[in-house]
Design a protein around this ligand. Structure first.
Ligand code: SAM
Ligand code: SF4
Length: 600
């Protein structure tokens, strides 16, 4: 049976659905869905490539990208919104078994390439076992297992992943400059990534380097990246900066691939086009005599939708047919409601059939409802399959509840500590199941230089250091009458965390399992270039409980900073300032959260 016939049959099924919807939706839907399943089974019986993976533009989707986690150990500004992201509760993330079930279903339906991504896939516990499990799908037609990683914590683990079946690695590295790396990723780590690159080159025939090019930031390094291809089997892929929710994309920050090629050709007039890999999104070029090559992923200026063969599964189990399309449908919910493989395949088929011919132009990309990139590869209002493709599909009850919950909470924000009459009341957590919860908070106290020196220098000052030293020695004695400021503040922060429920009226008392406090002196240049001296207090608190521990972490930080104040007030009382108290991260509850900017 030809693809055209298959597609025509599927459209016919869909149009019957539509007519059915207008008449006797509830009564006939089960029957119609059974008919669709029968048709798909009949069609698939004639081809090893399931029609569920072919869209209405005859694109065959044999490449599946699976996101293993929403978490990441970097905070790239173009990927993670500066206000941070709300993480899905851990129970919403696909389990290893669910990932392997979906991988198996896709491979048996025709997928030959699987790529693991995220968030940062290497922070997922059990990644090695997941790769080994996917590797067992080779007899069913799987040809390659790839991973896209920032490489920050991979170099030691790479051999094990390769032994378990990993065949391809794309490393993301946007700059070879340490400071620019910190600006772009909001963390340090260039050298760790370079170590991973070396480890990868030692054990894989070819490594791809993904470089997101941002005007005025790293575009000046393009020729340095091209030079890396001279003696190493590296394929550098310059990626146009793409718009996603919260990444402050602006056309002015984007460098079109054509401009980059011009810069490269000015330096290397002999640059030649190299053969592209089938369905590869990069247009590849090469300098004659160089071992590696480079290419451009021009998703914005020259999209490659016509040959797109990719489907994506998000870490929380939604299928996404296009990176820039906000529509999603939950395979996780269906699996957890006991769907059979053929029911799942039917859902996948509907989603694929809804794939648009091409994504909209760069200015029209939906950056309000689509996820930020880090969550594609989270959380956002779930679009049901009902909205996605067919007017007759009845959304599973669970999905409908989710939708309602989102709508009600967003339309009517409500303070959890008020009862219906508006009186203060403690939240009843009787029916909640205890989970492991952790929160990190931080804050800062600005102090004058003299106070800073006192807390960071050591006793004693000898008398022959002059009168200034003696004056400072006198101040030191005064400040230290109460002991070592940071040690006392450290202990006070721990005590503060433990006393939180005594201080904050509606906080539940929690049995804390760990409190870790770090106080670090910092000197920074302010806008006017004058140096500012401060002590940063960061506290991480954990418990096994029914409510979050962010209040405990915040109390620890506040009490720690107040104690620094008390210890130094004899010499600096009028000039100190406490501020920047924030929750950096909280996990284990229904609304996990990580903040992009630490401010510290
Ligand atoms: N954490 C892994 C990493 O960075 O390689 C995998 C996930 S990351 C979301 C996958 C790829 O998307 C990376 O190569 C990253 O550079 C790219 N990416 C993220 N946001 C982007 C954006 N706004 N424009 C272009 N590429 C982006
Ligand atoms: Fe993490 Fe996104 Fe950067 Fe990848 S691109 S390392 S997911 S922040």
């Amino acid at each position: 049976m030809s693809t055209t016939t298959r597609l025509a049959l599927r459209r016919l099924c869909t149009s019957k659905f539509t007519r059915g919807f207008h008449t006797t939706l509830t009564r006939s839907s089960a029957k119609l869905r059974a008919q669709v399943r029968e048709k798909i089974a009949e069609i698939d019986g004639t081809s090893p490539f399931s029609s569920a993976l072919i869209d209405s533009f005859r694109r065959r989707h044999d490449y599946l990208r699976i996101s293993l986690t929403e978490r990441c150990n970097l905070r790239c500004f173009y990927c993670m919104p500066s206000e941070g992201i709300e993480l899905s509760p851990s129970e919403n993330i696909l389990t290893n078994e669910e990932i392997l079930r979906l991988a198996g279903l896709f491979v048996r339906s025709g997928v030959t390439k699987i790529r693991l991504t995220g968030g940062e896939p290497t922070v997922r516990k059990g990644i090695s076992e997941i790769i080994a499990g996917i590797n067992e799908l080779r007899p069913y037609g799987l040809k390659s297992i790839g991973m896209t990683s920032n490489g920050l914590s991979l170099h030691r683990r790479l051999p094990e992943l390769i032994a378990n079946g990993l065949t391809h690695l794309n490393l993301s590295l946007d700059t070879l400059d340490e400071f620019r790396f910190e600006i772009m990723t909001r963390r340090r780590g260039l050298h760790a990534v370079l170590r991973t690159l070396d480890a990868a080159l030692a054990s894989l025939p070819f490594v791809k380097l993904n470089v997101v090019v941002v005007k005025g930031l790293n575009d000046s390094e393009v020729l340095d990246f091209v030079e890396m291809t001279k003696d190493k089997p590296i394929s550098v892929r310059f990626i146009e900066f793409m718009p996603f929710t919260g990444n402050k994309w602006d056309v002015k920050k984007m460098v079109p691939s054509s401009e980059l090629l011009r810069v490269i050709s000015d330096r290397h007039s002999d640059v030649v086009r190299a053969p592209d890999e089938l369905n590869d999104t990069a247009r590849t070029w090469k300098i004659p005599g160089y071992v590696g090559n480079f290419g451009f992923i021009s998703s914005m200026s020259d999209h490659f939708c016509a040959t797109c063969n990719r489907l994506r599964i998000t870490a929380d189990g939604q299928i996404k047919v296009c990176l820039f399309d906000a529509k999603e449908v939950s395979l996780r919910d269906q699996m957890r409601q006991g769907a059979t493989d053929s029911e799942l395949l039917e859902t996948i088929g509907h989603a694929v059939l809804g794939k648009q011919e091409k994504h909209v132009g760069m200015q029209d990309i939906d950056v309000t409802t689509n996820r930020p990139m880090i969550l594609i590869g989270g959380r956002r209002p779930h679009t049901t399959l009902y909205q996605l493709i067919s007017p007759i599909f009845i959304p599973p009850p669970h999905t409908r509840t989710l939708q309602r919950r989102f709508n009600s909470s967003s339309a009517n924000p409500r303070l959890s500590h008020l009862d219906d009459a508006g009186r203060a009341s403690m939240v009843d957590v009787d029916n909640k199941v205890p989970t492991k919860r952790t929160a990190t908070a931080s804050g800062r106290i600005f102090v004058p230089q003299i106070a800073y020196k006192l807390v960071t220098s050591t006793y004693p000052v000898s008398e022959d250091e002059g009168s200034a030293a003696i004056a400072s020695h006198a101040a030191a004695s005064k400040a230290r009458r109460k002991g070592d400021a940071l040690t006392v503040a450290h202990l006070a922060a721990i005590m503060g965390a433990k006393k939180t429920s005594d201080l904050i009226p509606l906080c539940h008392p929690l049995a804390l399992s760990n409190i870790s406090v770090v106080l670090s002196p910092e000197v920074s240049a302010s806008g006017s270039d004058a140096q500012r001296y401060s002590i940063v207090c960061r506290a991480t608190v954990s418990c096994e409980g029914k409510t979050g521990v962010e209040m405990e972490a915040l109390t620890a930080v506040s009490v720690g900073l107040l104690t620094v104040w008390d210890m130094l007030k004899a010499v600096a009382g009028k000039e100190m300032e406490i501020g920047e108290i924030i929750v950096e991260e909280k996990t284990g509850g229904t609304h996990d959260f990580i903040r992009a900017e630490k401010k510290m």
